[in-house]
Design a protein around this ligand. Structure first.
Ligand code: NAP
Length: 277
């Protein structure tokens, strides 16, 4: 029987995960498939139960379910209680177990870019699952402070309770310290297909940012990345994070799988060339 994997989220039109995982399967010659399960939030619980019944062995979880899926799980990986978000589910007969591989993906991306968060003021735009990964990585890396700017104040507040940050929304921008931040853009604003939009972050904040990490990978250059790059500010996009969270998910689903360096590099290159149009 073909082993089934997939991603659950809404919307999913932007996602590269099905292509990426199906390419790994192709090069491994594995009898498996990875499907996109676009799921209306109102149907999430029912759909997850059905997936378990259908023996879907592993799932990635994306917008908007990374936090809301937790109560529906049989358990979560002990290391991630602190994060409060999952992006990877593994089948067990009793139910799914949740893991977070976004954190490793993001950590790898930051290390690869040579960026140090130690002693830096961090500004996180957004307060969802990816924001929680950014807060966790920042805290672990010894950042000096965390400020969370989000559309819904209550969500920023909830994240800041867990990570000792300063919550703000767009009506309280005057309370934003005028310092040089490392900025994490973790919302879906600017993501395919609405690629020309940008969050209303004040120019005096953007213009003196130390670096901007936008976790969006589609497009590779969001409107925000294009803008701050034009000001000479170093930027990082979400592509390496995507590739690495995917590899970490596979290790959880199939601990015995061996992906050679050559397969990894080939799929990486293919993903850089993938076109959604
Ligand atoms: P999520 O948990 O649903 O959180 C979404 C966040 O975006 C929330 O803070 C939400 O604000 C904010 N938001 C959504 N629409 C907005 C709008 N129109 N204006 C202002 N804020 C808005 O989603 P997620 O799973 O964290 O994913 C967020 C983004 O990160 C997506 O683009 C996803 O593809 C990307 N991501 C990339 C990777 C990677 O591997 N590169 C990994 C994870 C996520 P409210 O609280 O007000 O709703």
């Amino acid at each position: 029987m073909t082993d089934r994997y997939g991603i659950i989220g809404y919307p999913l039109g932007h996602s590269l995960s099905p292509y990426m995982h199906n390419r790994y399967a192709y090069y491994l010659g594995a009898d498996e498939t990875y499907e996109a399960f676009e799921t209306d939030p109102a149907d999430m619980e029912k759909t997850l139960l059905q997936m378990h019944e259908d023996h879907i062995l592993g799932l990635n979880v994306t917008i908007p379910f990374k936090t809301s899926v937790i109560p529906l799980l049989y358990g979560i990986d002990s290391g991630i209680d602190r994060i409060g978000a999952v992006n990877t589910l593994k089948y067990t007969p009793e139910g799914y177990i949740g893991y977070n591989t976004d954190v490793r993906g993001l950590k790898y991306t930051i290390e690869k870019s040579g960026l140090s968060l130690k002693g830096k003021d961090v500004l996180i735009l957004g307060a969802g699952g990816a924001a929680r990964a950014a807060a966790y990585v920042s805290e672990q890396s010894g950042c000096s402070s965390i400020t969370v700017l989000n559309r819904t104040y209550e969500h920023a507040e909830s994240l800041c309770r867990d990570f000792k940050g300063k919550p703000l929304d767009y009506s309280s921008l005057n309370k934003l310290d005028k310092t040089s931040y490392i900025i994490f853009q973790t919302t879906s604003v600017g993501m395919y297909p609405y690629t020309d939009v940008m969050l209303p972050v004040p120019d005096d904040i953007l213009s003196k940012a130390l670096s901007v990490i936008d976790v969006i990978y589609n497009p590779g250059e969001t409107a925000l990345i294009k803008y701050v790059s034009s000001l000479g500010i170093p930027t990082v996009n979400g592509f390496d994070m995507l590739i690495n969270q995917g590899l970490e998910s596979r290790k959880i689903w199939k601990p015995d799988e061996i992906l050679t360096k050559e397969i990894k590099e080939t799929v990486y290159d293919e993903c850089t060339r993938y076109s959604w149009t």
